[in-house]
Design a protein around this ligand. Structure first.
Ligand SMILES: Cc1ncc(COP(=O)(O)O)c(C=O)c1O
Length: 424
């Protein structure tokens, strides 16, 4: 699995070879016309449902193909991987099928749902190690371990076999659209380290050169965008880990080469927009998408591309959403939509102050969702943390004016991420 810097990009022939190997292994996932999104964006939107793949993400494709390609004597020693969760599931599933021992490194921040699925798919075949706060830290530990143990490291993205495996998604898309005698104008796909977009774009460029491939990254982890701008792989200093599958500090160099050659545009999507999209996919289409899985659809609301009248495919790349995260997803969505707000407001220390706030400061459709206050003995006033849920975003400006009159020194917590995280 060693990568040569000057390697030529993955070819259509390699991807078709991977498709032959994977045919009996992976599910040919549905490519579904989505009436709701099509109406919303006045175009024809198809969703490639990799959330319905075995292991609930596309990652099985690359993992199986890459491990299957290893020489038997290397496989016998066992393999090592590092993953934010989905690649680990693909590796675990593969290793159980092929009877290969796997040592799987994941960040300590990996959602519990993913950790337990890896254990379930890998069974006796998988040993899980939770190391490092981020995928990148975990990957470093895994690579050191693989080297020391002389085991193969199954890279999650920066690898020919992985890219060829992920590219088989595009083989299915092209075949399915052909049956409907359609050609696709845009394919939207999430980027983490870049394996998915490398495979998809390599195949599409070869067989449908007019189709434009759009890569989508979370706003808080724009590692491919930064790499493109610098014309080399760069490492992000800070990163928002919320979109766990796509929050990667350093993309692969081989992946960057594919993106430079084959990808038309990159779109950055705010994490709050991803949350709103997850909720919308669930409520309108009954699709359970994880944050990285919803990125491609979220990008439709967030790009400058003229979509009207076009045929668009969004790859819903994964559905491993931890139900424990739903509360956070709802919260981030409401904040993004401008409906939920948090303030620190000074309250006079006298009876009736809260009643006055509720009756004169809040509007008729505003609701208090949080109130934290401790009466402090002999002081004239004391700060309270207040959460307010608006029914309509348009009511916000008037609310701020009334709060300003109540306490000119109030703090709007949404303007201060650190205070917000500390207090809410
Ligand atoms: C659901 C999901 N979508 C997209 C990605 C990004 O894939 P890649 O790292 O190949 O760019 C990942 C990566 O873990 C993922 O789990």
């Amino acid at each position: 699995m060693k990568l040569l810097v000057e390697e030529s990009l993955v070819t259509k022939t390699e991807i078709l070879a991977a498709a032959t190997v994977l045919k009996p292994i992976v599910r040919h996932t549905p490519l579904e016309y989505d009436p709701y999104l099509s109406k919303k964006y006045r175009c024809e939107v198809y969703l490639k449902r990799e959330d319905l793949q075995h292991v609930r993400s596309f990652k099985l494709r690359g993992a199986y193909y890459a491990i299957q390609q290893l020489a038997p004597e290397i496989r016998k020693k066992g393999v090592v991987c590092a993953s934010a969760g989905n690649h680990a599931q693909g590796v675990a599933y593969t290793c159980r099928m092929l009877n290969v021992q796997a040592t799987i490194f994941m960040p300590t921040t990996t959602p519990q749902q993913k950790v337990s699925q890896v254990a379930f798919f890998g069974g006796e075949q998988a040993e899980i190690r939770l190391i490092g706060d981020t995928f990148d830290a975990s990957a470093e530990a895994a690579k050191r371990y693989a080297q020391a143990q002389e085991k193969a490291f199954v890279d999650p993205f920066n690898d020919r076999g992985i890219i060829a495996g992920q590219g088989t998604i595009a083989v299915e898309i092209v075949a399915d659209l052909e049956k409907e005698q359609k050609t696709v104008d845009y394919v939207f796909a999430a980027i983490g380290g870049g394996g998915l977009i490398s495979g998809i774009s390599a195949y599409m460029k070869a067989v449908r050169p007019t189709t434009k491939i759009i890569g989508v990254e979370p706003l808080g982890a724009p590692s491919m965008k930064k790499a493109l701008a610098a014309n080399k792989v760069v490492t992000l200093d800070v990163m928002d880990k919320f979109v766990d599958g796509a929050a990667v500090k350093t993309v692969g160099s081989f992946n960057l080469a594919h993106v430079k050659q084959n990808v038309s545009e990159l779109v950055l999507v705010p994490e709050g927009q991803v949350c709103s999209t997850i909720l919308e996919l669930y409520s309108k289409q009954a699709i359970v998408a994880e944050p990285a899985g919803a990125l491609s659809v979220a990008a439709l609301a967030n790009c400058d591309i003229e979509l009207k009248g076009k045929t668009v495919v969004c790859i819903v790349s994964g559905g491993n959403n931890d139900s424990n995260r739903m509360q956070e997803i709802e919260e981030r969505s409401l904040i993004f939509e401008g409906l939920k707000h948090y303030f620190v407001i000074n309250f006079p220390q006298r009876p009736g102050a809260l009643k006055e706030f509720v009756t004169t400061i809040l509007g008729p459709n505003d609701d208090i969702t949080k109130f934290e206050y401790t009466k402090k003995g002999n002081k004239g006033s004391a700060p309270a943390i207040i959460g307010v849920l608006l029914k309509y975003k348009r009511d916000y400006a008037a609310l701020l004016e009334r709060i300003q009159q109540f306490d000119p020194h109030y703090i709007d917590l949404s303007q201060n991420q650190m205070l917000y995280t500390l207090l809410v």
